[in-house]
Design a binder for this molecule. Structure first.
Ligand SMILES: [Zn+2]
Length: 375
């Protein structure tokens, strides 16, 4: 059995349901210490984080990721117990197999081989691992990044091992993410009897023309790296439950997934201007989940694409699709950040699994990237 597979099994057998690390990071730290990494365990609140570094010079290449997993759902629906890693028909089954314990295993073995061959490599390699990626993400990567900035550590290149692949291993590199902005809007009318509308003011009717405008507005045209900014109403609610009552308020939730062509303050201003233009009485609260980020094709992406081509024999696509990841906390430091990991088809599902061969291949790709950047 391959070293990668053994290591992935070791990690999956630890039931690290977020934010519990269940000893994963202690196990990883021990292995990294054996190849001369300097270990720092950083615990913030209930969350274990690990910073491990090999070398003291720039440039600094960071493998980032998480040791926590999402809950299993009903265990009796699993073909094999979720924390008893099982190899079946070439696939390794278990919670975290794809998201993202196999990538962590592949990073570790890639470093073990790379450092054995190049003990005096250029620059430094580090691991930034958290057990708070699948949870609220408050005491995880964001705090470690703060800590590193206070220490004056500057990350040049960061590879997040999130499952980015879609059809086959490493066919997609995520080189950015869209921003996400949420609004909670209340349109105020006047409640009344449905038979006496002249004594009421129906907030649904007042809002209707604006609904059409909101759905038809083009917020931007997107660009080379991002699709057009999208606006979606995710919840809408009004009414008292009675057939003969005009509601007093209409409440709605909406979400922008936005590109780098606009800012969240521009979007906020546009929404406010539209509300005012329609003479609506309203209350509006915003929650900004995160700005967009993009890593333009440069040294890191070029090295990664070449490494994948050499190992797999095919070209990769750059994408900014999908939800958020911890890359959003690392990119604002000025680091180049990409996500390269296994197939995402089974993540967060019952019977999560990964191809055992893919773990080996991924480890070879990671090693090849290190060779391109640090030798
Ligand atoms: Zn993940």
């Amino acid at each position: 059995m391959s070293k990668n597979l053994n290591l992935a099994k070791e990690l999956i057998s630890r039931p690290s349901i977020t934010p519990n690390d269940a000893g994963c990071q202690a196990f990883i730290a021990e292995r990294l210490q054996a190849i001369d990494f300097t270990i720092e365990h950083l615990r913030f609140g209930e969350v274990d984080n690990l910073w491990a570094r090999h070398g003291n010079t720039a440039p600094l290449f960071v493998f980032a990721g998480h040791t926590d997993v999402v809950p299993t759902g009903p265990e009796n629906h699993w073909q094999f117990p979720p924390f008893t890693p099982t190899l079946h028909d070439g696939f390794l089954y278990g919670r975290g197999a794809a998201d993202m314990k196999s990538s962590v295993a592949a990073m570790m073995t890639a470093c073990e081989r790379f450092i054995a061959i190049h003990p005096n490599h250029l620059g430094s390699i580090a691991f930034l691992l958290t057990s708070d990626e699948e949870g609220p993400a408050v005491n995880g990567t964001v705090k470690v990044v703060d800590y590193l900035q206070q220490k004056g550590e500057k990350i040049d290149w960061c590879l997040v091992g999130e499952p980015s692949s879609e059809e086959r291993l490493c066919d997609v590199i995520k080189n950015g993410r869209r921003g996400s902005l949420n609004g909670l809007l209340t349109i105020h009318g006047v409640q009344g009897h449905a038979a006496y509308p002249h004594l009421a003011n129906n907030p649904i009717h007042c809002f209707a023309p604006l609904l059409k405008t909101l759905c038809e507005t083009e917020w931007d045209q997107g660009n080379e790296f991002f699709p057009k900014t999208s606006f979606q109403i995710t919840n809408i609610n009004a009414g008292t439950g009675a057939e003969n009552v005009i509601p007093g308020d209409l409440e709605l939730l909406f979400n922008f997934r936005y590109s780098t062509e606009v800012t969240h303050t521009q979007l906020q201003k546009q929404i406010t201007a539209l509300l005012d233009k329609h003479h609506l009485k309203y209350t509006l609260n915003w929650r900004h989940s995160g700005p967009p980020f993009i890593t333009t094709p440069d040294i890191l992406i070029t090295a990664t694409q070449k490494a994948i081509y050499e190992v797999c024999g095919y070209e990769t696509i750059l994408s900014t699709g999908g939800g958020t990841s911890d890359g959003r906390f690392i990119a604002p430091t000025g680091a180049q950040v990409i996500e390269v990991g296994p197939l995402n088809a089974t993540i967060h599902k019952i019977n999560e699994c990964v191809s055992a061969e893919d773990i080996d291949t991924l480890s070879t790709i990671y090693q090849r990237i290190l060779e391109k950047l640090l030798t």
